[in-house]
Design a binder for this molecule. Structure first.
Ligand SMILES: [Zn+2]
Length: 530
């Protein structure tokens, strides 16, 4: 099983039957693909309710649907009027279909909900007419669409066409042009994201774009703002493309009165006051403060996560409470929590408080490369953290390294080097590190285990889906060092398929061919990382 288990939440969706209708024989096993949606009206009333309760509004119906589905408590999901459209079948045992349309019809007869606007088209002209008809009725739907998907109906032809690296050759998304409206920018503010990125956001006179009220739109970054010459007070064109965040397309200079003002991103973070820096390789400005409250929850979560300090029992809700109550102002504060601190928190029994303190104590013994990864330095993933500790042995020595020292290390590029130097250059970050050290967290490299695993020599790997600890380049490099190789397509000759999150057709193919499938964790074990 890969990904998140949302079964209990799906059971609360009324249009998903708990039992299939059986007037017609049902297969022993039926895999159904579907998309869970939240209607526009339901979305808007949900957001109004959230605003009243002081909760952040969802950006769009799609985010709201995903957020609702991932609730830990199915009772919350049950209160959201979610719906589903089933659009394909996966594995079906005891029944075979020759056509996609035939499969969809069967789903309907078994009691599953299929979108009523699906149409079987005999040729390209009919497909284009379908596109035009659908665009014309787009506004009347209670859900958002950004286009249509055209699929080849016959399964034998689908198989003959096959797949490209990421998508099938027998299906294509045909998008509608984005919807645009005109409005006025009242103000421009800076929003600090969870990764520290400062994004200029236009606050506008509310305007309805493609059925949804828009009050805020992203201006992306300073360069974009300058290029488009968007100013406070400007009349502008805004657009929404599908579920993407609304954006300002351009200003209309002929509507200017002369009172418009340009906006410049501040050089200090509006949330924490730390220095804001722009790296040369990207247009984004970032807050460099390690204890910036805007970034803190996400940083603490990352710090405590499995591949990092692996602090058992420190879940999202607890992190939020610790930060909101001011008990944790930087990641090092975790190691200074007392039983009394924890006793004041919601649903924190004496025993769970002690368990958390034990887990925190245990986390101090994690390897220094995991600590380095846990610090959340940009571009320093799990693997790069190991490379850096291999080269510098201690975090203190790494902190003294210059960009030249860093790029001299095999696998370390200028992006990583810059980001490491920038991180350790901040006094605040150094303070946090001193605090961690004083708490007894391990800072020295431990004995290195053998990296070479000769049993992997000559083996072929295929990676699919998103891996949480490595980038694609990293895994390629790792298997190469072990004498194995990574290829892009699965065949009978493939030795291992490593499936990350949202693994798709390659995973299915591997299962079909009986190729060994590994989770990311199992892969780490295989290469001796565990
Ligand atoms: Zn900040």
């Amino acid at each position: 099983f890969v990904g998140e288990d949302v079964t209990r939440n799906l059971r609360t969706i009324r249009s998903i039957p708990l039992v299939l209708r059986t007037e017609e024989a049902v297969p022993q096993r039926l895999e159904v693909r579907g998309e869970v949606i939240l209607g526009i009206e339901a979305f808007e009333s949900l957001n109004r309710r959230r605003e009243k309760e002081g909760l952040p509004a969802f950006a769009n119906p799609r985010n709201a649907a995903a957020g609702s589905l991932r609730q830990l408590d199915p009772r919350i999901t049950a209160r959201r009027p979610l719906d589903i459209f089933c659009y394909a079948v996966g594995r079906v045992d005891g029944r075979s279909f020759e056509r996609h349309s035939e499969a969809l019809d069967a789903l309907k007869r078994w009691g599953l909900k299929v979108n009523s606007n699906v149409r079987l088209c005999a040729n390209v002209e009919e497909a284009l007419a379908y596109y035009a008809d659908t665009e014309a009725m787009r506004e009347t739907l209670d859900y958002e669409i950004d286009g249509v998907v055209l699929k080849v109906d016959r399964f034998d032809l689908q198989r003959a066409l096959g797949e490209k690296s990421r998508s099938p050759r027998w299906a294509v998304a045909y998008k509608f042009p984005p919807r645009q409206e005109t409005t006025v920018i009242r103000d421009i503010v800076v929003q600090v994201g969870r990764t520290g990125a400062l994004t200029p956001v236009a606050i506008m006179e509310p305007v309805r774009v493609a059925g949804v009220e828009v009050r805020r739109a992203t201006l992306h970054n300073q360069e974009e703002m300058d290029r488009k010459d968007v100013r406070i007070g400007d009349t502008v064109i805004v657009q929404r493309a599908g579920d993407v965040i609304p954006e300002v397309v351009r200003a209309i200079p002929s509507m200017r009165t002369g009172k418009e003002r340009r906006f410049v991103i501040p050089d200090r973070c509006p949330v924490c006051g730390a220095e804001v820096l722009k790296s040369e390789d990207e247009a984004v400005y970032r807050c460099t403060g390690l204890s910036c409250p805007a970034q803190l929850k996400e940083r603490v979560r990352h710090f405590a996560s499995k591949g990092a300090m692996d602090i058992d029992g420190l879940g999202d809700k607890l992190v939020a409470q610790l930060v909101d109550q001011g008990l944790v102002r930087d990641v090092a504060d975790l190691d200074y929590l007392s039983k009394e601190d924890l006793a004041g928190l919601d649903r924190m029994a004496d025993k769970s408080a002690q368990n958390l303190l034990d887990a925190l104590e245990a986390s101090k013994l994690r390897s220094s490369s995991r600590l380095l990864f846990a610090l959340g330095i940009r571009h320093v993933g799990e693997h790069i953290a190991e490379v850096l500790i291999d080269a510098f042995h201690t975090i203190d020595r790494l902190a003294e390294a210059s960009e030249e020292d860093l790029v001299a290390v095999y696998e370390i590029g200028p992006g990583v080097a810059k980001s490491v130097v920038m991180f350790f250059g901040q006094e605040e970050n150094r303070n946090v590190i001193e605090k961690l050290k004083a708490a007894g967290v391990r800072f020295e490299a431990e004995e290195k285990r053998a990296v070479s695993e000769p049993h992997l020599k000559g083996k072929t790997f295929v990676f699919t889906g998103a891996l949480s600890s490595f980038t694609r380049d990293e895994v390629q490099e790792i298997v190469k060092r072990l004498g194995a190789r990574a290829t892009s397509s699965v065949s009978k000759k493939t030795d291992y398929v490593v499936a990350g999150e949202n693994a798709g057709s390659k995973l299915e193919k591997a299962r079909g061919l009986g190729v060994t499938v590994l989770s990311e964790e199992a892969f780490k074990e295989l290469i001796g990382m565990k």
